[in-house]
Design a protein around this ligand. Structure first.
Ligand code: HBI
Length: 368
């Protein structure tokens, strides 16, 4: 298939502002390229594609970055900044799709406009929904597409899809990672880890409290999206408990993350998937997570980590101690079975081809 992948308008690829969706885009582009599809990526000016995506064309667009939607509140109206990147991305998409004869457009933005356009344009637009329910405006437009043709939607986990009242069983595609990029570490240091955008919905304060309770250090990796929140968490535990490591590219992150004896994952919201959970397991690091959202579905107690009742810091602390009993090789093997790039791309291909009218080109030959 000839596919146009449209990225998130919150920031350029490679900046970390897109959060998990940047990793998802890299995985799906590289995976679909490996399966012989022809890909073009449309993203914000200043975007860079990783080496694994070198076979894809990269088109970029200028424009004012879209405000991140998960901090706007459930009743927030849809915003479209003047000279906005989102509008530019979709003007470019609607012009290029028929002209360059793309078989399908794959949207990764969690924004109103591309969902709203879907039933009204000839080119098949598919959406890999990147978050759970965040606002009434987004819920409404996602459900509108589902009512029109739910084959155009895919979700990362059942827990995420369950946020939306969908007419039929959701397509769940998980996620996919380049496992060669993650090296297994058999002998960890006495270090706990936490990875994610530093923002309230990620619940860093609970992991900090558990580490302080155990008298252990907690290494923290991620873009500080909310500085006031980060400062408040720092002040909530004894000095030296938190070891702030910043936002690192995958190669460096996995090298450091692999040394942790466990990752604490403390989402306060319905985390759609939990990339960091799989990245840790890929390095052999067991994950102690709240039984919530995607991580609640990805962690198999005793196999690749432990699950804890949400927001129960005392239970999180006990489980963080018990995590030493989880076999590190078993964590890596779980990822190889469920979250490789190849497995993800196969699920994506099945989803896209299942939603296309049979007459469109499948693979490189036109079919009758
Ligand atoms: N906000 N408006 C908007 N659009 C997005 O695509 C978006 C977002 N916030 C966060 C986000 N995407 C990604 O971090 C998701 O993968 C979570």
């Amino acid at each position: 298939m000839k596919l146009l992948v449209v990225s998130t308008p919150v920031g350029p690829l490679g900046s970390g502002r897109g959060g998990g969706v940047e990793l998802t885009l890299t995985g799906l582009v590289a995976g679909l390229l490996q399966r012989g599809h022809e890909l073009t990526v449309l993203a914000a000016q200043g975007s860079e594609l990783s080496l694994a995506c070198a076979g894809a064309a990269l088109w970029t667009c200028p424009g004012a970055l879209q405000p991140s939607c998960q901090h706007q509140g459930r009743e927030a109206p849809v915003t479209l900044p003047a000279g906005g990147l989102l509008a530019n991305l979709w003007r470019r998409t609607l012009e290029a799709a028929p002209r360059d004869r793309f078989d399908a457009v794959l949207n990764l933005a969690y924004d109103w406009l591309p969902f709203w356009l879907t039933p009204s344009v000839a080119v098949p637009i598919f959406h890999l929904v990147s978050m759970g329910s965040v606002s009434r405006a987004m819920d409404a437009v996602i459900i509108e597409v589902a009512a029109w043709d739910q084959r155009r939607l895919a979700f990362h986990t059942q827990a995420q899809a369950a946020d939306f009242s969908l007419p039929s069983r959701p397509v769940v595609v998980g996620n996919g990672f380049d496992l060669e990029a993650y090296s297994f570490c058999a002998e960890p240091e006495p270090l706990l880890g936490w990875v994610g955008r530093i923002a309230p919905e990620k619940g860093l304060e609970d992991a900090a409290a558990a580490a302080a309770q155990l008298g252990e250090r907690l290494a923290v990796w991620g873009l500080v999206e909310d500085a006031a929140y980060a400062a408040a968490v720092e002040a909530s535990v004894p000095a030296g408990t938190l070891d702030w490591r910043g936002f690192l590219p995958t190669a460096e992150l996995q090298r450091q993350l692999g040394r942790c004896r466990a990752l604490l994952n403390t989402p306060k919201w319905n985390e759609a998937y939990g990339n960091v959970v799989v990245e840790a397991m890929a390095c052999g690091v067991p994950v102690v997570a709240y039984r919530r959202g995607g991580p609640g579905e990805l962690v198999e107690p005793g196999v690749n980590g432990l699950l804890v009742e949400p927001d129960d810091v005392a239970a999180l602390t006990l489980a963080a101690q018990a995590a030493v009993a989880v076999d590190r090789r078993g964590c890596r093997e779980w990822v190889e079975r469920h979250a490789s790039r190849q497995a993800f791309a196969a699920r994506l291909e099945a989803w896209l081809q299942g939603g296309l009218p049979p007459s469109r080109t499948i693979g490189s030959q036109a079919v009758a």
